[in-house]
Each structure stands twice: as C-alpha cells, then as structure tokens.
Design a protein. Structure first.
Ligand SMILES: *Cc1c(COP(=O)(O)O)cnc(C)c1O
Length: 237
C-alpha cells in the first residue's frame, strides 16, 4: 500500500511539474469503494485525508468505523433522489450533481449545524455516451441554481471519461471541461475545483488543469465488484 501510494504521488508530482504547477495544487482523493475499512485506515496513517465512495450502503459502515479519524468524505457515485438525505448528512463533498432536483434535495437536507456541503457539477461531453453528467448548457444552469442554495457550496466541475481513449483524446476532453470551467469563472462563479482524472487518465487530467484526481485502482489494486453491480459498468454506476 505504501509503495503504491508513493508511486501515485510521484506520478502526480511529475505531471504537475510538467504542467508548470506545484504538487500541492492537485489534491489526491483516494477512491476506496470495494475495499475494507482497514485498508483505508492504513492509507490514512500514511497521510491520505480525502476518501471517495460510490455506494451508500457500502460507505456508511466504513464512515462509522473510521469516525475517529479526521477524514474528509466525498460521495462520487450516481446519486438517486431517495439517497440524498444520508449523503447530505454524512459527507463533506458530492461530486456528480447533474440535475437541479438532486441539488435542491441536498440543499434542503444538509443539517443546519454542518458547514455547507461542497458540490461539483458533473459534466458530460456531447461526444461521450458515459453515464451521468449535464451538458455544457445544463451545467451552466445548474451552477446558477446551486449558487442560490445556501446550504450548498459550489466548488467546481467533475467529469469522467469513457475508457479506452489514448492520451491525446483524454487531454482534448479534459481541456474542453477546463474551458467551460474557465468560462464559468469569468462569468463570476466562484469555483476552485476541477475534479478530473482517475487511475487510467490522471496525468492527462493534470496537464489540462485538474485540481483533484480520484484514484482507486492505482492506490489499492483491483477491487471486487459491488454487490448487485453489472461488472461491465462497475465503477460507473
Ligand atoms: C471508481 C471511480 C473512480 C476511480 O477509478 P479507478 O480507475 O479505480 O482509479 C473515480 N471516479 C469515479 C466517479 C469512480 O466511480
């Protein structure tokens, strides 16, 4: 686990420096779905603070058992309306908000005593048939809607690429999302987070300006399929 973490940090640092940025301009989010709490604890002891989970049922017992650690929990899965309450109550971040209804529910359900819930809007490029994500126009409307919800704090955009693209195609897609991010910022949205890049494409994402990479396999090794998941789409549902 330590060796994998070192290797990921090294690659992350190299990619950042190659883009003229510092290593600490990119936050490492450890995607821990499919792995036992003990392995998360081991990574936390090595200094990892941010953990991402995709399946609520799997995540909640882990949040409970690691509750004594100062960790920051990110919900990165597809969020159904009937699951928003637990996410609003237990997580610090949600990546992947792609509909107004989900944003409204999260905003209404975020406990008053908790700090505002950090939110990234998920964007899907027209060319890609990936699951989830708003169009550029949809993302623009969502950004405006979220800004009016006081219990949510809009942080930025998130995207997920289809598998099997070469580095140039990855880079082109990440750059398109970066352009939308820059446009929204120029229009006054106070954004500071571009959540893009996974084990297979994080270097291209950093080259295009990612500030947060979501890495599972490269940190933990292969994971078991979640209960009831279609193996062909594991990780995207
Ligand atoms: C599973 C998952 C990841 C991590 O994928 P790896 O390829 O294992 O690094 C990142 N983001 C999201 C949204 C995921 O569902």
């Amino acid at each position: 686990m330590g060796a994998r973490l070192r290797s990921v940090r090294e690659r992350l640092g190299q990619a950042a420096r190659a883009a003229g940025r510092t290593e600490d301009s990119v936050t490492l989010l450890a995607v821990s779905k499919g792995h036992e709490a003990a392995r998360l604890r081991a990574l936390a002891q090595l200094g990892v603070e941010h953990f991402g989970e995709s399946y609520l049922q799997e995540a909640l017992p882990k949040l409970d058992s690691l509750g004594g650690l100062e960790l920051c929990w990110h919900f990165i899965g597809q969020l159904q309306a009937n699951k928003t309450r637990a996410v609003a109550e237990r997580f610090a971040w949600v990546h992947g908000v792609d509909r107004p209804r989900i944003a409204e529910r999260l905003g209404a359900q975020r406990p008053l005593l908790a700090p505002p819930l950090n939110v990234c809007v998920q964007v899907k490029l027209e060319s890609d048939a990936t699951k989830g994500g708003a169009s550029a126009a949809g993302a623009r409307a969502l950004v405006a809607a979220i800004a009016s919800l006081p219990r949510l704090r809009l942080r930025g955009l998130m995207c997920m690429l289809p598998e099997g693209l070469d580095a140039a195609a990855q880079r082109a897609r990440f750059s398109a999302v970066r352009e939308l991010y820059d446009e929204l910022k120029a229009e006054g949205a106070g954004l500071d987070t571009l959540s893009m890049g996974m084990s297979g494409d994080f270097e291209a994402a950093i080259a295009a300006g990612s500030t947060m990479v979501r890495i599972g396999t490269a940190l933990f090794g292969a994971r078991a399929d979640p209960p009831g998941a279609d193996p062909a789409s594991a990780g995207t549902t």
